[in-house]
Design a protein. Structure first.
Length: 599
């Protein structure tokens, strides 16, 4: 094909001018152009599936490596170019373009009925050769026994539109209704009913986080609306009924048992694997074990710059042995090109119809891997004390920074409390370093023991337990090994105490309320004069949360149970610096406490 003919073809089939937006194939100016085909050197846009299909058929027969136009005629100097001009321009190109955002491969399956980002098609040539790549890079693949993946691949019998139960990935304590919106090999793209397509997530068919409809109820749980439910929470029951009415439920026989994982971390630095790109979870890419710390491995993506790398547990379901994608029918993203075109032979040729809004661009390269996340485990069998509903706490809380992790723990406690104001008053009165947190749109300053390393969190756990009246084993650095011995030894409150607490909660006349009628909850079981400092503070805060701001004064002056009974208003105002109002309130409590102790 001559240069002149190439130009005419380009005008007919190529990218439209800026003045008009036309279909690449039929050249008609139809808007919008819903179908986009990313190619090596740009993208092609089409008005219909027919035009896309015709272009793809021609593209398969031959496409120019320089301009991606369809190659026509037999007069080409080289079968890879549409013209001499393109051949010379391509061969003179010194460097390939820097990283292009990864494409979103999808197999040709039953397309979704909506216009979600899942409406893609996939076709690939020259599949990635792991054996050649391992030889060229002089590296080894991580053995299969390192992974928590099935040795015998399960069948994927799910269909688009089927409904199932799944854990909300943003709130793993909630089980929600989800719909299969796309299928990719052994992976399912799921969308929580009541959420939007921006929160779609992927799960393997043998994941322990998906179940048949009815599993939650049989297990004694209750289906919850997803985090960020788009409707009013009160409408959830009716929404749930409408969602399930007439829907196709995924049958129990197609759910697969999750495979067992290795007992210890068997990975070694430098081993190759395939891994999900967490920022673009529809992609699985060539990767390397960049670092190892205890039960965490650092996944780095070969040839790509930026913040795509991440830490994960060695038994994560998002990492796979080399060759997993090829064996299960899932596209594999080959190594990128950080520098020159040396890696190009491993790239293969991939055609993908993609919604580019689903792809995140790369970021600046990092010189060293970030620290692995610190995991704090919540022992759900422990008591949360008078302020915390343990059932509302997550099973684990993670963050690489001890300080940020402590803040997350406090925020989770506040969310699980019916009295966050009381909790904030107590935390603000603690000794330690000041931290600023945001809760319900408001900013608060709290104090916690100094945090410089992960082991310092133990001091935070102790401070929280003492201040909030929860069990000291509620938070722990190790997974829960069984029932809490401390909580098991603590007898439940008597009916009399429960009745007194209920009476105090409904009482409106302080003068007629005896100490036994106040809403006091304390782990101490000895007479009042034997109370420690923290138990005195807990008593005062329980009786009047507004007095909690003075807790630090009681610690500073070491006011325990015996000292509390000796307090008078002059002492509190002169030596503790209290104003008359708070001093009188505390004195009233002390007087009632004294009368009760004398009885």
């Amino acid at each position: 094909m001559s240069s002149t003919s190439s130009t005419s073809v380009t005008k007919l089939r190529g990218r439209p001018s800026k003045k008009t937006v036309s279909c690449t194939w039929c050249n008609e100016g139809k808007l919008p152009l819903k179908y986009v085909l990313p190619t090596t050197n740009g993208k092609k846009e089409f008005c219909s599936e027919t035009c896309l299909s015709e272009f793809r058929k021609a593209y398969v027969k031959g496409a120019c490596l320089n301009c991606d136009n369809v190659i026509r005629g037999n007069s080409n100097p080289n079968k890879d170019y549409c013209s001499v001009y393109c051949m010379n321009k391509h061969q003179k190109r010194a460097e390939v373009t820097s990283r292009v955002v990864p494409v979103l491969p999808q197999p040709i399956v039953n397309p979704p009925t909506d216009t979600s980002p899942a409406t893609f098609q996939y076709e690939t040539y020259l599949p990635f050769d792991w054996d050649e790549y391992l030889r060229e890079t002089k590296s080894i693949a991580a053995p299969y026994e390192c992974f928590k993946q099935a040795v015998t691949f399960p069948q994927n019998e799910f269909k688009i539109g089927m409904k199932l139960e799944a854990l909300d990935p943003r709130n793993v304590t909630s089980t929600c209704i989800a719909t299969v919106v796309y299928i990719q090999g052994l992976r399912l793209r799921l969308r929580l009913d009541g959420s939007d397509n921006k929160n779609d997530f992927w799960r393997l068919v043998d994941s322990s986080e998906i179940h048949t409809i009815g599993y939650c109820e049989k297990s004694g749980g209750m289906l919850q609306p997803p985090l960020g439910f788009r409707m009013n929470a009160s409408s959830w029951p009716m929404f749930l009924l409408k969602t399930l009415n007439g829907a196709e439920m995924a049958p129990s026989k197609i759910f697969q048992r999750e495979p067992p994982g290795p007992r210890t971390n068997l990975f070694q630095i430098g081993q190759k694997l395939e891994a999900v790109d967490k920022k673009n979870p529809q992609l699985i890419c060539c990767a390397t074990v960049g670092n190892i710390k205890q039960d965490q491995i650092y996944v780095t993506f070969d040839g790509w710059r930026g913040a795509f790398d991440y830490w994960c547990r060695y038994d994560s379901r998002d990492i796979f042995p080399c060759g997993w994608c090829a064996k299960t029918g899932h596209p594999l993203q080959p190594p990128g090109q950080k520098n020159a075109a040396g890696n190009n032979r491993f790239k293969g040729r991939t055609l993908t119809v993609v919604n580019t809004s689903d792809i995140q661009s790369p970021e600046a390269d990092t010189s060293a891997p970030p620290p692995p996340p610190i995991t704090v485990y919540v022992y759900k069998t422990c008591t949360g004390g008078p302020l915390v509903d343990v059932t509302q706490l997550p099973a684990t809380i993670e963050d690489p920074s001890p300080v940020e992790l402590a803040k997350k723990i406090v925020l989770e406690l506040l969310s699980a409390s019916s009295k966050p104001e009381t909790m904030l008053a107590r935390l603000g009165a603690l000794r330690g370093e000041e931290m600023v947190i945001t809760h319900d749109g408001n900013t608060y300053t709290i104090k916690l023991p100094a945090l410089q390393k992960a082991s310092d969190l133990e001091n935070t756990f102790s401070a929280l337990a003492a201040s909030l009246g929860c069990c000291q084993q509620l938070f722990h650095m190790e997974p829960n090994r069984g029932e809490c011995a401390i909580c098991d030894m603590r007898p439940p409150p008597t009916k009399r105490k429960a009745a007194a607490e209920q009476e105090a909660a409904t009482s409106t006349t302080p003068a007629d309320t005896s100490l036994s009628d106040t809403s006091i909850s304390t782990p101490c079981k000895t007479p009042t004069p034997e109370w420690g400092i923290e138990e005195v503070i807990q008593f005062i805060e329980s009786a009047d949360p507004c007095l909690g701001v003075h807790a630090d004064l009681f610690r500073k002056h070491e006011i325990d149970g015996k000292a509390l009974l000796l307090l008078n208003s002059d002492m509190m105002m002169k030596y503790m610096g209290l104003k008359l109002g708070p001093a009188l309130k505390i004195l009233n409590l002390v007087q009632r406490l004294t009368i009760t102790s004398l009885k």
